[in-house]
Design a protein around this ligand. Structure first.
Ligand SMILES: [Zn+2]
Ligand SMILES: [Zn+2]
Length: 263
């Protein structure tokens, strides 16, 4: 009896040791991932409490998060009971659906602008975390993440591709491999100045596929920063489907509310 409990004690002791070591390791890891004295990615205020995202309470409150009833296709919130928003009622898409954690306005616009034009690459971490949550709240099930590519000239100008940064964050969180399976082979005019129809024409034939053997028959998660008319997502999806991909779902950081005047 005595000997037995001695063995049990020794076992408990060593288990306690292991547990403490694991806790220490996790502590180190936690510090590495979430450094202390972090500041809000939007307003720069010091974060005093543990938050899910790198945002202070005030900025979280102000974030135009997507909630409630959304368009079945593009994921933009809609007020009435319709299944599809006006944009999606009028356009055909070959991707399965798009989901975004944010509506492209206010603070969401600020974050994406700071990432793309302010060179604040760390914002991809915050947006990627939100996008991974949006993915998990949807019924998407992808096997490989692919990002919307930039041409060599575009990438040289900016120094990085924000869609690639977002895809890497999302891929890491969801355990999805990220493949540069799309290549931009043709320069295009800036989409910003074009209407929906012009955007689609502008993009025709500008993407090509790489790693064709890897993506054939797979369900692909296409990652981009903003979903506007859906023209980019559609052209990318068309290119991937031509290469025998099974299905393309789209995950973007923000979705625009359609402006009737420009479309
Ligand atoms: Zn803030
Ligand atoms: Zn829609």
């Amino acid at each position: 009896m005595g000997a037995k409990s001695g063995v049990a004690n020794a076992k408990e002791k060593s288990e306690g040791k292991v547990l403490r070591a694991v806790k220490r390791a996790l502590g180190v890891l936690k510090d590495a991932v979430y450094p202390e004295n972090v500041t809000c990615d939007l307003c720069g205020k010091e974060l005093t409490a543990d938050t899910r995202y790198n945002l202070c309470a005030a900025c979280t409150e102000k974030m135009p998060s997507v909630r409630g009833h959304v368009c079945l296709n593009c994921g933009v919130p809609i007020n009435d009971e319709a299944d599809f928003c006006l944009r999606c009622q009028r356009t055909e898409s070959v991707y399965k659906l798009n989901r975004s954690p944010l509506v492209y306005e206010g603070g969401a616009k600020g974050l994406i602008y700071a990432l793309k034009f302010g060179g604040k690459k760390y914002i991809a971490k915050l947006l990627g975390a939100m996008m991974a949550d949006a993915y998990l709240n949807s019924d998407m099930d992808a096997e490989i993440a692919v990002f919307v590519p930039m041409s060599d000239a575009e990438k040289k100008k900016r120094g990085f591709n924000q869609a690639e940064l977002l895809a890497r964050e999302v891929g890491e969180r969801l355990g999805l491999p990220v493949l540069p399976a799309l290549v931009k082979v043709k320069e295009t005019s800036p989409q910003k100045e074009l209407t929906g129809k012009e955007r689609a024409d502008n993009l025709k034939g500008c993407f090509s596929v790489a790693y064709a053997d890897w993506i054939a028959g797979r369900r692909i998660l296409l990652v981009d920063d903003v979903f506007t008319t859906g023209a980019t997502a559609n052209e990318c999806a068309r290119t991937l489907l031509k290469a025998k991909v099974r299905q393309v779902s789209v995950l973007t950081a923000a979705v625009t509310v359609q402006k009737l005047a420009t479309e």
